[in-house]
Design a protein around this ligand. Structure first.
Ligand SMILES: Nc1ncnc2c1ncn2[C@@H]1O[C@H](COP(=O)(O)OP(=O)(O)O)[C@@H](O)[C@H]1O
Ligand SMILES: [Mg+2]
Length: 361
């Protein structure tokens, strides 16, 4: 099992320089608001996914008065170690290195160290707009299927070109159809992968949900804007509407996922606490799917997730993860997490800040 052994952040948001060693099992990052806990898991996201889960802009992540940031991590594999460095210099694009060698094909790197990150903002996967659920699916499948990521990238490129033509006042239908024909096999491939993923996800979440004692029945459905049998036909059928609106109105970029518990939509029907538990189960199922697909146990990160969850549920969720996986959990307050877990390392961030003043919000 691969795990993240250590991390070093330089000029990364509030951290000038901080170095942490992780346990291969449980890790709790403890400290008051503003001490930089989320920042540390954001750095882990850079190491595993080569980017932040908080922002698209690397300039935002760089310590505001510095010229660059650097994140360095050591991953421990079965028999070897790999050092990954992410370096961003003001005005340039980020580079990722394995040892001293630059990784040029990022798409092939993603998934080498799979990670499942859960933050409070992810509640949008359950209760927010469809884009959040599409992103969830794409990240889940993408970490164990590089081909899926490639198809998605190509699809988005063609979609962009097609939309540009649709916006044009002179409607060049022939040209639009060229893009449509290139787009539909990709759309079908993406939708098929997503449907299969959803099916497997449903099986896992449903059994955990039953075990949790909260409810009995759980369903997850892929809600497609295109026909399951012929995407090309669907694209052709919606062409007039696409021209009218000036963009492509159907396709995987417009699809959604629906969650139901006991026959009711979770998005509108469930309480906040139920939605939070649902999200946690979803993320644990995501991790177990990634493990089955890729053979790799992902690192689980939970940022501030256990604060408002009762201890019984928090323990239920943590037990589901098992002892063998690496977990990084941030919290301001130990009382929400049972600390009788043996193989868990508690890291007090303030001990690493060398007397820096922490603003308590
Ligand atoms: N680019 C940046 N440069 C310097 N400080 C930053 C930057 N971005 C955020 N911060 C500071 O980092 C702190 C928040 O860190 P965060 O990781 O969210 O803390 P925590 O999760 O422990 O509450 C805030 O004080 C914020 O002002
Ligand atoms: Mg935080």
């Amino acid at each position: 099992m691969a795990y993240l052994k250590s991390v070093e952040l330089q000029n990364f948001r509030r951290h000038n320089n901080i170095q942490l060693e992780f346990s291969p099992y449980g890790n709790i990052l403890l400290g008051p608001n503003g001490c930089g806990k989320t920042t540390i898991v954001e750095a882990v996201s850079f190491l595993a996914l080569t980017k932040s889960f908080r922002t698209k802009k690397d300039a935002e992540v760089k310590k505001f008065d510095a010229g660059y940031f650097r994140v360095h991590g050591v991953f421990q594999n079965e028999e070897s170690q790999e050092e990954i460095t992410v370096f961003y210099k003001k005005g340039e694009t980020r580079n990722v290195f394995s040892g001293k060698k630059k990784i040029s094909k990022i798409i092939d790197y993603i998934g080498r160290y799979p990670v499942v990150i859960t933050t409070l903002e992810d509640i949008a996967v359950v209760s927010g707009a469809p884009v959040n659920r599409r992103r969830f699916l794409d990240r889940m499948i993408g970490q164990s299927d590089a081909r899926y990521l490639q198809s998605l990238k190509e699809y988005q490129k063609i979609l962009h070109n097609r939309n540009k033509l649709l916006k044009d006042v002179r409607t060049d239908v022939e040209h639009i159809m060229v893009w449509t024909e290139q787009m539909s096999p990709l759309a079908e491939e993406i939708q098929t992968s997503r449907r299969q993923a959803i099916q497997q996800l449903e099986t896992r979440v449903a059994s955990m949900y039953k075990e949790s004692g909260v409810g009995a029945e759980l369903n997850i459905r892929y809600k497609s804007t295109a026909s399951e049998t012929s995407t090309l036909k669907s694209f052709k059928q919606s062409l007039r509407r696409d021209i009218k609106y000036g963009f492509t109105t159907i396709g995987p970029h417009a699809d959604d996922v629906q969650f139901f518990t006991n026959g009711q939509p979770v998005r509108t029907y469930s309480s906040q606490g139920e939605q939070k538990l649902f999200l946690l189960l979803l993320k644990i199922a995501e991790g177990s799917l990634i493990k089955d697909w890729s053979g790799k146990q992902p690192i689980h990160i939970f940022d501030d997730m256990f604060a408002s969850l009762d201890k019984k549920k928090a323990n239920f969720v943590l037990d589901l993860l098992g002892k063998e996986s690496q977990k990084i959990i941030t919290t301001t307050d130990m009382s929400s997490i049972s600390n009788n877990k043996k193989r868990t390392k508690t890291i007090r961030i303030e001990d690493y800040l060398k007397g820096e003043i922490v603003a308590v919000a």
